[in-house]
Design a binder for this molecule. Structure first.
Ligand code: KIV
Length: 274
């Protein structure tokens, strides 16, 4: 797809495959509200993830485990209102798909119906393949998520880079191939040794998007608040700051408060006349 086409047409899941085929990297970011969704959409990203990371990024929770269906649907709907062109993918929250494939279809169906999103994402490998198969059969596009899977943070033992253990590569490839065979249109790899992510990517036909998984994936995802420098305490090796908005916000609001206290704001030009 050319940059020109990229700027006009609504992105669909099949465009992910086209981008991979054309060797064009997929650019994806998170957003949780209509305003930021509209801005990143205008910036021309291919896809927006409404991540369950909203619990940690917006709500200052320690993990993503507390995200609810109602939260994901509410924020998904806001993002769909703002993102006119980019593909919107909404995360399925913890325990909305793990219990049974029936649960997974019902909850994914609610997300699709009540948000207007183009796809959902869920975490896991072989164990979620039956759920993915049922969801895809019901007409729901599914993105997989392997590597560090934040909903399993307690069993993994923290946000640990994946792919270092003996035999890990083979296990990851088997998991990724199971999710692909179940019908996922794309797979996200999070926090993974670069060479391992490369091998997983090469073992799949569907596009692979990475976050903290090196340069050899078919696309990249970053959390918007991280790349904008709003989440100042979070500085992992893989993160690149494209702005320092935390500093900007403190400075702007500090100047505003000082001007209020000095009676400099509002000035004459801000006063409504009769
Ligand atoms: O919830 C999220 O934003 C995610 C990314 C961190 C991969 O799943």
């Amino acid at each position: 797809m050319t940059d020109d086409n990229r700027s006009k047409r609504k992105v669909r899941v099949r465009d992910f495959a086209r981008l991979k085929e054309a060797g064009e990297p997929i650019a994806m970011v998170t957003a949780y509200d209509a305003l930021f969704a509209s801005l990143v959409d205008q910036a021309g990203v291919d896809a927006v993830l409404v991540g369950d990371s909203l619990t940690t990024v917006l709500c200052a929770e320690d993990t993503t485990l507390g995200a609810t269906m109602d939260q994901m649907i509410y924020h998904g709907r806001l993002v769909c209102r703002g993102a006119k062109r980019a593909l919107v993918v909404v995360d399925m929250p913890f325990m909305s798909y793990q219990v049974s494939p029936e649960d997974a279809v019902r909850n994914a169906g609610r997300i699709m119906k009540e948000t207007g999103a183009g796809a959902v994402k869920l975490e896991g490998g072989r164990e979620v393949a039956p759920a993915v198969e049922r969801m895809v059969a019901a007409g729901i596009p599914v993105m997989g998520h392997l590597g560090f899977t934040p909903q399993s943070v307690h069993s993994i033992g923290g946000a640990r880079v994946q792919g270092r253990a003996e035999g890990a590569v083979e296990g990851l490839i088997r998991d990724a191939q199971a999710v692909e065979a179940a019908g996922a249109f794309s797979i996200l790899l999070e926090l993974m040794v670069g060479g391992v992510a490369q091998q997983v990517t090469q073992a799949l036909s569907v596009p692979v998007v990475g976050i903290g998984a090196g340069p050899h994936c078919d696309g990249q995802l970053l959390i918007l608040h991280d790349l904008l420098g709003l989440n100042e305490g979070f500085n992992p090796r893989f993160l690149k700051h494209y702005a320092r908005l935390g500093e900007e916000v403190r400075s702007a609001v500090g100047r505003y408060a000082a001007e209020v206290r000095q009676r400099l704001y509002p000035g004459e030009e801000h006063v409504h006349s009769a």
